[in-house]
Design a binder for this molecule. Structure first.
Ligand SMILES: *Cc1c(COP(=O)(O)O)cnc(C)c1O
Length: 419
């Protein structure tokens, strides 16, 4: 997969990998995906190119660059300024594109910067957006407050109600259907093929926030989805030590979004990009481990008398189990469940756990646990929380890469505090 420098016209040029990636394993892609680039100083990892700007040899060099950029084919073979691009950032972009079987990817400073930049760059005043309800709260807040102010309207439909989704479409006005899959915290899975088909029928584009899915477990573009977004802060980074976001999709659309990033400014730092590239190399291994542990944990919890209900797409009891089986090769690393008890009793159980940290977020090597009622929905009344489907006894367990036996034994001992 290593190109000679002569083959490499532009280190930043994303590689069209649709054909080769189909046959290459996900672990190989995690390690080598998109690494067809010259190796600076023979370094195996992409070095941190810690610069905010890039020098020109002389005025003729500058003018050549400007000609190529302004009137050429856009392949300029170098960078100009840090907000427009960075080689370390590009190394991550090509790897994520390879993992998602996409033509290109563009990296942002956070998952929210990725989503907000995509929507701001794509939606004109007066446009309309349909999104599914069970979603990241900040994404919904952005649509309901910022986009509303810009004259862009959002209709929220219940996840899984395809009829309501189709009815919400306004001819000539609706630009996007946006959904997560699996969703947070109930891990609802949207039928990607059905969603893409429905959108195509109405000539609308689709966005899937695949943060919980990861490119290891699902590739929405393969089902006809137009854009995939990730909070790379979660599984792609994988170590709870960086914030980043990414959008993948078709070449010309991502190129336009990269230009928009140069204006909106949500570029990721080269140091973080380096950490992200390092994290991505073990993505396949980490996701496989937490898929397996999560499945075992979900089965253990479902059989436990102190547990009221478990939400995990790998369980036949999950409402979207059939959809998940159809489009996912693993069911992910988050297990949500309701404890038989009050909000306070649930907290007592959480405090009795020894291994997971109490923290927001997910997707890292360390297991994390939270009670959504006390984390994202703390300031709400119990009634308001219920309107979002958040009960006091709901727990979200983000499974890390610790040994499954240890995590399950820890759950078993902590559940004993429930009397
Ligand atoms: C965390 C998260 C986001 C936001 O990403 P940041 O990197 O925290 O900005 C968006 N969507 C989902 C599903 C998330 O879990």
């Amino acid at each position: 997969m290593t190109a000679t420098p002569a083959e490499d016209k532009r280190a930043s040029e994303p590689v069209e990998q649709a054909e080769p990636t189909a046959s290459v394993g996900k672990n190989t892609l995690s390690v080598h995906g998109g690494d067809d680039r010259p190796r600076a100083h023979q370094s195996i990892p992409m070095p941190i190119i810690q610069t905010a700007t890039y020098a020109f040899a002389d005025t003729a060099d500058l003018i050549n660059f400007q000609h190529a950029r302004t009137w050429g084919d856009g392949i300029v073979g170098r960078e100009e300024y840090g907000r427009y691009g960075n080689p370390t950032v590009q190394a991550v972009e090509t790897k994520v594109a390879a993992l998602e079987n996409a033509a290109d990817a563009v990296l942002f400073s956070s998952g929210m910067a990725a989503t907000t930049s995509l929507l701001l760059a794509s939606l004109p005043t007066g446009a309309h957006l349909v999104m599914t309800g069970d979603c990241y709260r900040r994404t919904m807040q952005f649509c309901m407050t910022f986009l509303t102010r810009l004259g862009i309207e959002t209709t929220i439909v219940q996840t899984g109600d395809y009829e309501a989704l189709e009815n919400a479409i306004q001819p000539k006005r609706t630009r996007f259907i946006m959904s997560e899959s699996p969703t947070n915290p109930y891990l609802r899975c949207v039928d990607l093929e059905r969603l893409a088909g429905l959108a195509k029928k109405h000539r609308i584009q689709t966005i899937i926030d695949s943060t919980f899915g990861t490119p290891i477990n699902q590739r929405p573009l393969d089902y006809g989805i137009d854009y995939v977004t990730h909070s790379a802060t979660k599984y792609l980074g994988g170590h709870h030590d960086l914030l980043a976001g990414v959008v993948v999709g078709r070449k010309e659309r991502i190129a336009a979004l990269r230009d928009a990033r140069g204006i909106l400014g949500g570029i990721v730092d080269p140091q973080n990009a380096y950490l992200l590239e390092r994290g991505l190399k073990t993505l396949g291994l980490r996701v496989k481990q937490s898929n397996e542990t999560s499945m075992r944990m979900a089965e253990f919890l479902e059989a436990h008398p102190k547990i009221e209900r478990v939400f995990y797409p790998g369980l036949p009891s999950h409402p979207d189990h059939e959809i998940a089986k159809k489009q996912m090769t693993g069911f992910g690393g988050v297990v949500s469940f309701q404890v038989r008890g009050t909000l306070e009793e649930t907290s007592k159980f959480i405090d009795a756990l020894e291994l997971p940290y109490i923290a927001p977020s997910l997707g890292g090597v360390d297991s994390l646990i939270e009670q959504p009622a006390l984390m994202s929905y703390f300031e709400k009344t119990p009634e308001e929380r219920l309107a979002f489907g958040i009960t006091g006894n709901l727990v979200r367990y983000a499974v890390g890469v610790e040994d499954a036996d240890d995590l399950i034994a820890d759950l078993d001992q902590a559940l004993k505090v429930l009397g």
